[in-house]
Design a protein around this ligand. Sequence first.
Ligand code: PRP
Ligand code: URA
Length: 209
Amino acid sequence: MSKVYINNHPLVQHKISILRDKNTGTNEFRSLVGEIAMLMGYEALNDLPTEKVEVETPLETCMTEVISGRKMAIVPILRAGLGMVDGILNLVPASKVGHIGLYRDEETHTPVEYYCKLPNPIEERIIVVTDPMLATGGSAIDAISQIKKHGGKKIKFMCIIAAPEGLKALEEAHPDVQIYVGHLDRQLNSDAYICPGLGDAGDRIFGTK
Ligand code: PRP
Ligand code: URA
């Protein structure tokens, strides 16, 4: 089964609480999504490969570690996943960025694909898929299937809030993927929205409705 990491850091939980508040405006919401992505990224990337390089300090020469191979790709699921990209780019600025466009059909709640552009070659890269919300899991499952079709192998998925239903579905569909969750919420409602959740993440990040 997938490895699932549920975050319990007080800083992340504090920022998620502000996101949930319906009175939090677009500007603050967008900044917080980026900050949470960076904090979660710090944990999610703790197994990045490193290599030794020689560096001359003011005192002597030493062998010291750097991230090896600049081989990371961040792949946001449009739209809301875009809000998490800059936070992770702050950590690994050399990452390439792909995009997968999906929206949920309002009636069926199943994902509709409209865009896919991934950095080449994708096979060797560590791929971090971002989306603040894992609800039914349909969008994440579909996005990861598309990445695998293009040859992606080492895939991590990061979300800020997950529903138990979506987490279970994603683990079953893609048992090889590491899943990082900011907070595991109670359940989906009849419209497949996460409760208590934070509402529609895309609308709150971009100020649409
Ligand atoms: C939201 C969210 C996820 C998806 C989660 O996107 O950002 O992509 O729903 O739901 P699921 O797990 O049931 O698939 P939405 O379809 O609203 O598109 P948007 O980001 O363009 O607003
Ligand atoms: N998408 C969102 O943005 N929020 C939810 O609660 C469910 C799907």
